[in-house]
Design a protein around this ligand. Structure first.
Ligand code: FE2
Length: 308
C-alpha cells in the first residue's frame, strides 16, 4: 500500500468525478475526470496546506481584479507557466499536419497586447506614428528603423509536393513595442495605435512596411504574475519580437511572432514562445533615409482550413 493511500481517502477523487451528471457539457464530461485526478494528485503529492491553497486562490483573484481591456493578468500568469505556448502547440498539432511537418509557418502565442482594428495602411507605409526628436526614444528608433517585406504564400496539404503559391489580399496584422519596451496601450505618451497596422498583400502576395527592430522588454511585473516570477527567482524579460496575425480567405489564420537574432534573451524567453523557424536576421539597408535595416520574411498559410 502506498503511503498516500494510508494518509488520504482516495475515494474522494472518484466521488468528485462521479458527481458529473449525464447531461453535462460533452467536452467538460470528457476532460474533467482528468483535471480532477491531476489536481487531487498534485495536492496530495506536495501536501498542499490550507494556507498555501488560500494564497494561490488570492493570487488568481488578484489576477482577475487587475485584468481589463488593456491588461490580461490571468493570461500573463498562464504565459509564465508555459501554458499558452503548450496549448498553442497542441492546437497546431490538432488542426494542421503542415505546421508540424514544417511546411507552413509555425504559430506562436498571441500574448495579452493584441488590439483589434489596427489601421489598414497602404503597403510601403510606416507603423511608427509621430516620430520626432522630442520623443524620448527617438535616437534608438532611428538606429533601429527597419523595412520589413516579404510574401504571404498558400500551401495546400492535399498537394504536399506543390510549391507554395502567392496569396493576393491576405491581411498582415502587425504590432510591436516602442524602444522603451511598452506597447502603445501601456504608455500614455504614445499615439493611439502606434506601432500597429494591417497590410493587404498585392497581386504577387507581397506586403511591405516600415517599423522598428524589436527590443527585449520585461513583461509587466508590477502585478501578481511579476510577484510570482520573483518568488521563483526568474527574470521577466522577453526577447525582442514582432507579433503577426496573417489571414486569408480559405486559409487557417496564423498567429505568430518573429524574434530578432541579436537579442540576448533569445534562449531564455520568460514565456517560452521562441521557435527556431521564427528567429530572423535583419540585414543593413543601404540608401534608404527611412530605414537602417531590412528584413525579408515569408509567411506560409495552410489552405482549406476555413474558420480556424
Ligand atoms: Fe509581445
Amino acid at each position: 500500500m502506498h503511503s498516500s493511500e494510508r494518509k488520504f481517502d482516495l475515494s474522494l477523487t472518484d466521488k468528485v468525478i462521479a458527481a458529473t451528471g449525464p447531461n453535462a457539457h460533452p467536452r467538460l464530461a470528457q476532460v474533467m475526470p482528468s483535471l480532477v485526478r491531476h489536481l487531487h494528485d498534485f495536492a496530495r503529492e506536495v501536501n498542499l496546506t490550507v494556507d498555501e491553497w488560500t494564497t494561490a486562490i488570492e493570487l488568481i483573484n488578484e489576477c482577475g481584479r487587475m485584468s481589463n481591456d488593456r491588461r490580461n493578468e490571468t493570461q500573463l500568469l498562464c504565459d509564465i507557466l508555459g501554458l499558452e505556448t503548450l496549448v498553442d502547440e497542441i492546437t497546431a498539432n490538432i488542426v494542421s499536419s503542415a505546421s508540424v511537418s514544417g511546411t507552413s509557418t509555425p504559430s506562436a502565442i498571441l500574448g495579452p497586447f493584441y488590439r483589434h482594428d489596427a489601421p489598414l495602411l497602404p503597403n510601403g507605409s510606416s507603423i511608427v506614428k509621430d516620430l520626432t526628436p522630442a520623443v524620448p526614444w527617438y535616437e534608438q528608433a532611428v538606429a533601429d528603423s527597419a523595412y520589413i517585406t516579404g510574401r504571404v504564400l498558400s500551401h495546400n496539404p492535399l498537394f504536399p509536393d506543390m510549391p507554395p503559391t502567392p496569396l493576393r489580399n491576405a491581411i498582415v496584422d502587425v504590432w510591436h513595442t516602442a524602444p522603451n519596451g511598452l506597447y502603445e496601450q501601456q504608455d500614455p505618451s504614445q499615439p493611439d495605435m502606434n506601432l500597429r497596422g494591417r497590410f493587404a498583400t498585392d497581386a504577387e502576395g507581397r506586403y511591405a512596411f516600415y517599423a522598428l527592430r524589436p527590443v527585449a522588454y520585461p513583461i509587466p511585473d508590477d502585478g501578481p504574475a511579476g510577484k510570482f516570477l520573483a518568488l521563483l527567482d526568474r527574470h521577466p524579460h522577453r526577447p525582442g519580437h514582432i507579433h503577426f496575425i496573417v489571414s486569408a480567405t480559405g486559409h487557417r489564420t496564423l498567429t505568430t511572432q518573429i524574434f530578432d537574432d541579436r537579442d540576448e534573451y533569445i534562449e531564455k524567453d520568460s514565456v517560452f514562445a521562441v521557435k527556431d523557424d521564427l528567429v530572423v536576421h535583419f540585414e543593413p539597408r543601404e540608401q534608404d533615409p527611412q530605414a537602417k535595416w531590412t528584413l525579408n520574411y515569408e509567411f506560409v498559410l495552410e489552405a482549406g482550413m476555413m474558420g480556424l
